[in-house]
Ligand binder design. Sequence first.
Ligand code: PLP
Length: 318
Amino acid sequence: MIETRTTTHDAVEDPRNRDIRIYVNGEIVPRDEAKVSVYDSGFLLGDGMWEGLRLDRGHWVFFDEHMDRLFESCKAVSLDIGMDRAGLLDALNATAAANDMESDVHCRLMVTRGRKAKPFQHPSLSRSGPTVVIILEHSKPASGLSQQGIRLATVPQVRGLPHSQDPKLNSHSKLNCVIACLQAEQAGADEGLMLDPHGFVNTTNACNFFIVRRGEVWTSTGDYCMNGVTRGKVIQLCREKNIPVFEKNFSLLECMGAEEAFLTGSFGGLTPVAEIDGKAVGNGNLPGEITVSLQTAYRTLISSHIEKGNFPASKTKR
Ligand SMILES: Cc1ncc(COP(=O)(O)O)c(C=O)c1O
């Protein structure tokens, strides 16, 4: 029997994605014509920032939180987006309208320092920037993940200290995470469980990590992981539902005694973890009770966000 495995970013194959239109610096063009220069600082150096967000029932989910993170990151590295939030929202809406998209859509919004005069590092060589690209794809998380769960392997690649390259920067340079993912794959797992520089369990290469122990929800202190929008919402939901939640240091040993574990991210919401280093999490029955109740609460939160109607996708075609 051929075993088919999924990762937290596997989506249901959708043939419509072959014909999508992509936003590149103000133009919305067919996928095959969407190009950036080989001199682009994003390509040359990984010098750019991105956000992954969902378009659900005509709304950009948690748009404000994603913009907070993007603008903060860009400010930290002196990257001028050249547009305010309203401008980015217009660009997102125009791209959605050009694609007739409304729901089950994943967006990758990318901003780089732009095209360089020479293929060297100095930021001042980026003379025609920034480069702004928006890719919207029809995208539903692969079915079955909630029952099957994700297999994690702890990997040698660790999260960095904030004074080398702050792991909170959602930069185009994801090499640290890519190496972790490769190591997990070599260990026969779907995703890498990364430790912090002190050996505490931190996060995975693509999602934030939570365990449930004795009815309490634990996640890392947040010091070395992406400040995930979904992570923040899940912590908030635990508080609202009176589920004890702690952002704290914990070790791999404590994961072995967990009843449940799950990952969070904008793409998949909450995804149960089936195994860590080849050992079943809890009693191996997925999804666990607290995971299910938080998955439901998260879906309800998105629905109420949509009902408030803050950021409707415009129907206006360009
Ligand atoms: C390393 C990493 N962790 C976690 C996340 C999840 O963040 P969010 O919940 O904002 O999608 C991401 C998403 O970009 C990520 O790259």
